[in-house]
Design a protein around this ligand. Structure first.
Ligand SMILES: *Cc1c(COP(=O)(O)O)cnc(C)c1O
Length: 392
């Protein structure tokens, strides 16, 4: 492999560029599903693997490849495969390596659709799944003592912002012979590097901070060359969660500004959290960057900042939370996150509506809780909007 020696900021702009014969400045969108061959023998050689070239959009595309290569270089991974959505990445990263009779141990606090994959879909295929309190190393140790093929975890978690000790869980998982898959979406490649802490595989929803401007859906899986080529690709080539070239192009350009955007949002998120902590109408402000967060120390060791998302729990219940959301004039009500626009959602009635009430209680997803994703607006405007909405 020929690795450029540039630093991450340079790789974010220059990594993976493949210019066409027209010498364009910005990366091209190759809007094509197929490719032509100069001879029948060339097609034969492409299919036999004797030559490495594009053969069909479901297998690969030059614009998609530029996105994969740029993200791979930023992350420092051996290989990357792009997918049509974050959930396609989560599903492919797990399904490609699991068979009936296998066992998965996962953290309980997950993105809503991930809980459905772990608790409902994988068991339908004869895969045993066990969920643990991700913050308790004793629970991980006990569950992994019974063996596991894969471990799946998300940190910080959605929406409770629990922090899992990636290095410690990887050590326990590897002793048990499990492959560790980390959903690194909340932290983004900018704030946390799970591979350096021992994780085997990272999954992203590019829909979030990688686009970061609310335009397109996509995802990515990163890991060793062996895992991507021998496990992921044989699965995705034939099951078809391919990313469209247009969406890949949006992500290629998104990666160029990702660090600037994520760091700005993370700085603003800390300002908002500090301004609202202790507000008389709030029961709590949860943000990994605040010293009051139960795992603040771990968060600061694992991440370069507290993230771009915080949760606010209002006094009272659903009606009070709804009143605050409805009184906002700047922040939009939306279940998306990692966007240039600040967005707020009520997880109990939206993203985590399908999670059983007992489980919601365990996860701290109360009726008064709102999840706030901080965008690129002036933080003073965001704070003023939240303060007026809390008065309202
Ligand atoms: C959004 C999200 C996903 C799913 O990504 P999509 O692109 O919406 O499919 C998975 N995990 C987490 C933590 C997310 O925030």
């Amino acid at each position: 492999m020929n690795e450029p020696s540039w630093r991450p900021d340079t790789l974010a702009v220059r990594g993976g560029v493949e210019r066409s014969q027209f010498d364009e400045t910005a990366e091209a969108i190759y809007a094509t599903s197929g490719f032509v061959y100069s001879s029948a023998a060339e097609a034969e050689a492409a299919f036999s693997g004797d030559i490495d070239r594009f053969v069909y959009g479901r297998y690969g595309n030059p614009t998609v490849a530029m996105f994969e290569e740029r993200l791979r270089l930023i992350e420092g991974a051996e290989a990357c495969l792009a997918t049509a959505s974050g959930m396609a990445a989560v599903w492919a990263a797990l399904a490609c390596q699991l068979s009936a009779g296998d066992r998965v141990v996962a953290s309980r606090a997950l993105f809503g659709s991930c809980t459905v994959v772990i608790n409902e879909i994988l068991p339908r295929f004869g895969i045993e799944t066990e969920v643990v309190d991700g913050t308790s190393l004793d629970e991980w140790r006990n569950a992994l003592a019974r063996g596991a093929n894969a471990v799946f975890l998300e940190t910080p978690s959605n929406p409770g912002l629990e922090i899992i000790d990636i290095g410690a869980v990887c050590e326990l998982a590897h002793e048990a012979g499990a492959t560790v898959v980390v959903d690194n979406i909340f932290a983004s490649p900018v704030l946390q590097s799970p591979l350096a802490m021992g994780a085997d595989v990272i999954v992203y929803s590019a829909t979030k901070h990688i686009d970061g401007q609310g335009r397109t859906l996509g995802g990515a899986i990163l890991g060793t060359r062996e895992f991507i080529e021998d496990k992921v690709m044989p699965f995705t080539r034939h099951t078809g969660p391919s990313l469209s070239p247009f969406n890949a192009w949006v992500f290629v350009k998104g990666l160029e500004t990702m660090r600037l955007r994520v760091e700005h949002s993370a700085t603003s998120a800390l300002k908002v959290a500090e301004a609202l902590e202790g507000h008389e109408r709030l029961v709590s402000v949860c943000f990994p960057g605040l010293p009051s967060h139960p795992q603040h120390g771990l968060a600061m060791r694992q991440m370069s900042a507290g993230g771009t998302v915080l949760t606010l729990t209002v006094e009272g219940g659903k009606d009070d939370a709804f009143r605050m959301l409805d009184s906002l004039e700047l922040v939009d009500i939306s279940n998306n996150l990692g966007d240039s626009k600040s967005l707020i959602t009520h997880p109990a009635t939206t993203t985590h509506r399908r999670v059983k009430p007992e489980m919601r209680a365990q996860l701290g997803i109360t009726d008064g809780m709102a999840r706030l994703s901080i965008g690129l607006e002036d933080p003073a405007d965001i704070i003023e909007d939240l303060e007026q909405a809390l008065r309202g």
